[in-house]
Write a protein that binds this ligand. Structure first.
Ligand code: UDP
Ligand code: MG
Length: 331
């Protein structure tokens, strides 16, 4: 067992043999689930013909997950463990896994036993039909109806409309990707869930298959309502990224023109009242307020968008990873 401190990603430049498959599992305080998960993965993977590795990315756990992972790395030869320096979030943990993956295909799944490793062969079969990305669809999702299922139904519909990639379940972590697809993605925020959309922009062939889903048995979900907000904001960014790839002026130009048109019409109306009918227009503060709010709103919106895109450019130009690795355990 080799322990490397402050290591560089091996990734494609690895001198080691490439593998068929890398399973990437983000772990944040899941110590109770890890033993079962790894056992089930073994049972599923051993009979298959694929060469594979399992990369557990510990995202700054504080509950003993690290010790459990280290113990299991001694038992399972195919298990690599990446320890991030702190909690960076699921997207960053997954990105770390992508960077270190040696497989030609990466399969992501959650560390809390909600996904079923038994679905992996099916994902692979589908991928081998000629797809670049196969997304799991939790047809019978075992999460709370009102707080989870409803927001995600709306989110999936919205994402489908906005990105043009209509799959039922963006939020399902169980997905299979051709590695070259995800390796150069600059992910941050909550963007991991938009991978099908981002990949589609890059011309990837995408499909989905129904997969199993189980209720969480141990620990608790790491997310609350705040995620819905973050997902919506990221969705806006993805949408405008797609547009920006063609021509930003189409977006801002149209909004600007529309607002100018509205302003001109309102101004014309007021001028008509003043000049044509001789009315005083000084006592119409509501109209003025409406204009100010409208213009101010548009400006704020554009400003936020520009800032978001600048942030993206910043992240990408820095070439700086969105995570830092403390330690790598791999054979
Ligand atoms: N996770 C992570 N970092 C975080 C939050 C979550 O690595 O900051 C992992 C978590 O351990 C799990 C997966 O991401 O393996 C999905 O998280 P969770 O099960 O809490 O999400 P849910 O299933 O409730 O949507
Ligand atoms: Mg979960």
């Amino acid at each position: 067992m080799a322990t490397v401190v402050n290591p560089k990603p091996l990734g494609a430049s690895s001198v080691q043999e490439p593998l068929d498959l890398s399973l990437v599992i983000p772990i944040y305080n899941e110590y109770e689930s890890i033993p079962r998960l790894l056992k089930v993965i073994s049972e599923v993977m051993e009979p298959l013909d694929y060469t594979y590795e399992v990369i557990c990315v510990d995202d700054g756990s504080t509950d003993g997950s690290v010790d459990v992972l280290k113990q299991h790395a001694e038992i399972y030869p195919y298990l690599s463990v990446l320890l991030l320096r702190r909690n960076y979030g699921q997207t960053a943990a997954m990105a770390a896994g992508f960077d270190y993956a040696r497989g030609q295909v990466v399969i992501t799944l959650d560390g809390d036993l909600q996904n079923d490793p038994a679905d992996i062969p099916m994902l692979m079969d589908k991928l081998n039909e000629g797809y670049d990305l196969v997304s799991g669809w939790r047809k019978r999702r075992q999460d709370h109806q009102l707080t989870r299922l409803l927001p995600s139904k709306i989110a999936n519909w919205l994402i489908g409309r906005v990105t043009g990639v209509s799959i039922h379940d963006y939020g399902c972590s169980l997905k299979a990707y051709r590695t070259e697809l995800v390796r150069d993605m600059n992910l941050y925020g909550e963007l991991h869930r938009f991978l099908p959309a981002l990949a589609f922009i890059e011309g990837a062939r995408i499909t989905e298959v129904p997969v199993n889903h189980y209720a969480r048995q141990f620990g608790s979900s790491k997310y609350g309502l705040g995620r819905t907000f973050r997902v919506v904001m990221d969705l806006l960014t993805v949408y405008f990224m797609k547009r920006f790839l063609t021509k930003p002026m189409y977006v801002f130009g149209l909004m600007g023109l529309l607002s100018m048109l509205a302003g001109t019409l309102l101004g014309g109306y007021l001028t008509f009242l003043k000049v044509g009918l001789g009315q005083s227009i000084g006592d119409r503060p509501l109209l003025i307020l409406a204009i100010v709010l409208l213009l101010g709103g548009i400006q704020l919106f554009c400003f936020g968008l520009l800032a978001e895109l600048l942030m993206r450019t910043y992240h990408e130009s820095q070439g700086r990873p969105i995570y830092r690795v403390r330690e790598v355990l791999r054979r």
